[in-house]
Design a protein around this ligand. Structure first.
Ligand code: HEC
Length: 117
């Protein structure tokens, strides 16, 4: 019966550590891109009504580029507006999407990153 040689074992541990370091590096990069995560959430949840380019009007939603976090949160979680905000439209067609509570920061980071035109 053959037992594992210590040398092979050490190499395996080193390889595993190397993979972990690469994974951690990749994770770190991913974590830093709140804007990219926000873009994906926007494309998946908002572009039925808003334009894929947030600076332009969508099929029924107005341009939302440059929206502040308070506005994004009030709209997405409650379909409301922050106190004192003058809405771009007087309609009430948008539905709240409270299941996106964990993505408000990312959505706001993305929308703030697109300059309004
Ligand atoms: C069902 C269609 C629909 C969906 C889905 C939708 N919206 Fe809207 N949104 C609208 C409409 C229409 C308005 C204009 C006000 C109204 O009618 O409710 C609006 C208004 C807004 C406003 C306020 C614009 C302003 O300055 O007055 C923001 C911000 C916004 N939407 C963000 C989002 C985000 C972010 C998502 C995705 C998480 C989203 N909306 C999903 C239809 C939609």
């Amino acid at each position: 019966m053959q037992t594992t040689r210590p040398g092979a074992l050490r190499c395996g541990v080193l390889a595993a550590a190397g993979t972990l370091a690469a994974l951690l590096a990749a994770c770190g990069q991913h974590e830093s891109s709140s804007i990219e995560r926000g873009r994906r959430v926007y494309v998946a949840n908002c572009t039925v009504c808003h334009n894929t380019d947030p600076a332009l009007p969508g099929s029924i939603g107005p341009p939302v580029a440059g929206s502040e976090r308070a506005l994004v949160e009030a709209r997405v979680l409650r379909a409301e507006y922050p106190p004192g905000y003058t809405p771009k439209r007087s309609t009430r067609a948008m539905v709240a999407l409270p299941q996106l509570a964990g993505s408000i920061d990312d959505l706001a980071a993305y929308l703030a990153s697109v300059p309004p035109r």
